[in-house]
Design a protein around this ligand. Structure first.
Ligand code: AHN
Ligand code: ZN
Length: 329
């Protein structure tokens, strides 16, 4: 976003804040200095830093599209495991050969990073880390044979979770946490039922520990685009209305009610659907989707690139989820 627009955007946001806390652009230390500005007892001790988060999006896109069975996918998977270990997580890699709708066997790798592993009082945060092999929504049919870079569709959710991992390394939340990075979400065909979300389907049937317990989960999908709208989708409301309401209330309280809108979104079949169905653990989806306009314009096109990521969006979603995580007892 160019600077004048960003300032306008921040001004609009700040109008909704009781205490205006603009996003720090310069450094981690500047960001951290804002941590004490809000009322004590009601805030995480740490501030979600949109610049670090953005750098995590960039790091993933620098590998290229992370399509299963490619070298970029292997290299990015290694990077994600190493990064999460560096932030003190116990990491389990769940490798499986999953057969896609077209018969392709995907060398799939779910990555589960855990802190405070022994407490059942825990939540999980999840996102898919793979990217799609075809830009089949691109207006130009000549581009349909290209893979999606997935700066938003894939990397943005993962980047928010890596930034939260960085915070958790500095200060443990009161509860346990699992960050689950699902693979092979986006290799599907919309004409073939259950052909998306292969990694989460596998995890739902084969949890990384048994029995796996958590209070609830939050899925992040396409949380870094421009002009986002996060509506409560029907699947989230059917399986996990309390969680969705709590998260959307928190967003409104933090001044993000303009992004986290009150109306319902459509029914989105995403990783959270299979988590709910297969594990019974309530899980919501924070996803850029709205009835009418649908997914973002860049969705499954050649335009899903770093240049179309908006740090303000990463900051809003990351701040909401960070507050939820650190305020649980
Ligand atoms: C379908 O297209 C069936 N569901 C959306 C899940 C998705 C794809 N999220 C990101 N890419
Ligand atoms: Zn996708």
């Amino acid at each position: 976003m160019e600077k004048s627009k960003r300032i306008l955007f921040l001004t609009l946001l700040c109008g909704l804040f009781a205490a205006c806390t603009p996003q720090a652009d310069a450094s981690t230390s500047e960001a951290d200095s804002h941590a004490s500005e809000t009322a004590p007892g009601n805030v995480p001790a740490l501030t979600f830093n949109a610049d670090t988060c953005y750098a995590f999006v960039q790091a993933q896109t620098q590998f290229g599209a992370r399509v299963p069975n490619t070298t970029a996918h292997v290299a990015c998977g290694n990077y994600l495991v190493q990064t999460l270990q560096r932030y003190g997580a116990h990491v389990i890699e769940q490798k499986a050969n999953l057969t896609a709708y077209n018969g392709t066997v995907l060398q799939s790798r779910n990555i589960i990073a855990s802190w405070n592993v022994n407490t059942p009082n825990r939540i999980f945060l999840c996102a898919h880390w793979d990217s799609r092999p075809t830009c089949d929504e691109d207006p130009n049919p000549a581009n349909h044979n290209q893979s999606v870079m997935g700066a938003n569709d894939g990397a943005s959710g993962v980047a928010v979770l890596l930034e939260i991992a960085r915070l958790v390394a500095q200060k443990q939340p009161a509860i346990g946490l699992d960050i689950i990075l699902f693979d092979s979400e986006d290799y599907g065909n919309s004409d073939v039922e259950h052909s998306f979300c292969l990694g989460s389907q596998y995890w739902g049937r084969n949890p990384h520990v048994r029995p796996y317990q958590a209070r609830f989960g939050i899925l992040l999908d396409m949380v870094g685009g421009k002009n986002p709208v996060f509506a409560k989708d029907q699947v989230s409301m059917y399986f996990a209305a309390d969680v969705a309401n709590m998260v959307w209330d928190k967003a409104a309280q933090l001044g993000y009610g303009n992004l986290f809108v009150a109306n319902q979104g459509g029914g989105v079949i995403d990783d959270h659907y299979y988590v709910n169905l297969l594990t019974g653990i309530p899980c919501i989806d924070i996803i850029h989707y709205q009835n009418g306009s649908g997914f973002p314009e860049t969705w499954h096109t050649t335009q899903d690139v770093l240049e179309n990521i908006d740090k303000n969006t990463l900051h809003a979603v990351g701040t909401v989820v960070t507050h939820v995580l650190y305020e649980l007892k």
